[in-house]
Design a protein around this ligand. Structure first.
Ligand code: XIL
Length: 368
């Protein structure tokens, strides 16, 4: 039902040919190779990131906050012009959709879906279940009533009903889901000891994947993890966990690497090796929440790190997507999380494209 409303509301794809606020020098004499809506990749400044990503069949996304769409026209314009995918930053999460038992609040999620459909963007459904104990200390990631479930059966029922409600409402507009978010401990490499895993064992994850598959058979289903982008213990632990879940019958299609690089990004070799491991296991891989803080604070360092992340993804066929965790440095969760200005995104606080933007554009403009 919602899908029909969304489809009806979303016919136009605006700002498509505008390159955002970029005033760099006009092109030299290089002959254009492909022209897509006025974009000539041999002259990268004529193209948006979205146009260039489309040529690679790559999803380039941004986390979307519907409150900002209403507040600030430039936010929506840049998001629509530069990205072919959106991830609801918070709107699909359990505390947003069912803050009290049986009380559903869909406004933000509907607004997110309407925006995406209206601008011909894919949606990454983030996230169905996020029980991580470290994150729960920072944020409300499960509504209070979930913690008050009187017994394991009721807890499982809450999870089942939550998944059913969200997937049924957005299956038609959502082509991939972060079914399980952060199953490992944030710092460390064990399976996270949290309410769900402590009470229900790993079986709740298997069941979540099976249920989501049954409700939305066409969507790609992901495990999404933080701090697992470099070779090492946590990467190995994630491979082991995904292996166990697959073995137990969980229909997992891919692994999301969040990509919150708070003090520098992995090197091209590190990230490529990790992605290659996932490809070798027959899975998709995506960078799902990218933001980068350069240790030296230099825009040029940040730009190189962004370029390396995009180059890694283009080098591994299984990498289908890079999503940024926001659009502009004016609005980034990291300022709250770190308690200081972090400038981790591609556009500055005035929506001017940063060196990192141009570096990403160069990588995406490369010959196919
Ligand atoms: C963050 C949002 O950006 C914040 O607005 C919110 O207060 C807390 O969650 N890993 C995830 C994301 O999977 O959902 C988190 O998003 C950031 C860390």
């Amino acid at each position: 039902m919602v899908a029909a409303v969304l489809v009806l509301s979303g016919a136009c794809r605006d700002s498509e040919s505008a390159s955002v606020g970029d005033t760099e020098a006009t092109p030299g004499s290089a002959a254009p190779t492909t022209t897509v809506d006025g974009c000539e990749p041999s002259v990268p400044s004529t193209c948006t990131l979205r146009q260039l990503a489309d040529r690679h069949g790559l999803l380039i996304g941004a986390a979307l906050r519907p409150d900002l769409v209403g507040e600030d026209p430039e936010y929506g314009e840049v998001l629509a012009a530069e990205f072919n995918s959106v991830t609801p930053e918070n709107a699909y999460k359990w505390p947003s959709t069912e803050p009290e038992r049986g009380v559903y609040t869909w406004d933000d999620a509907d607004a997110t879906a309407e925006f995406a459909v209206g601008h011909d963007q894919a949606i990454r459904g983030h996230t169905l279940v996020w029980p991580n104990s470290f994150s729960a200390q920072q944020y409300e990631i499960l509504p209070a009533y979930v913690g008050d479930a009187p017994d394991p059966e009721t807890l499982q029922q809450y999870v089942d009903e939550h998944i059913e409600a969200v997937v049924n409402r957005y299956a038609d507009v959502t082509d991939r889901w972060d079914v399980v978010n952060e199953p490992l401990s944030t710092i460390g490499a064990q399976v996270d000891a949290n309410l769900l895993t402590d009470t229900l064992g790993e079986e709740w994850m298997v069941r979540a994947f099976q249920q989501t598959r049954a409700l939305d058979p066409d969507a790609a289903l992901y495990v999404n993890e933080i701090l697992a982008e470099r070779p090492g213990e946590k990467h190995d632990a994630l491979i082991a966990l995904v292996g166990r879940l697959l073995e137990a019958g969980a229909p997992i299609d891919g692994v999301g690497l969040q990509g919150h690089f708070l003090s520098g990004a992995p090197s091209f070799d590190e990230l490529t090796a990790v992605m290659q491991d996932w490809e070798d296991l027959g899975l998709e891989v995506a960078v799902t929440e990218l933001d980068i803080v350069a240790p030296d604070g230099e825009p040029a360092t940040q730009a190189q790190m962004y370029a390396d992340v995009f180059s890694s993804c283009l080098a591994v066929a299984a990498c289908r997507e890079i999503t940024l965790w926001g659009v502009t440095d004016a609005h980034t969760w990291l300022n709250d999380f770190l308690g200081e200005e972090s400038d981790p995104l591609l556009f500055d606080a005035e929506y001017r494209p940063k060196p990192a933007y141009r570096a990403v554009r160069e990588v995406l403009a490369a010959e196919l």
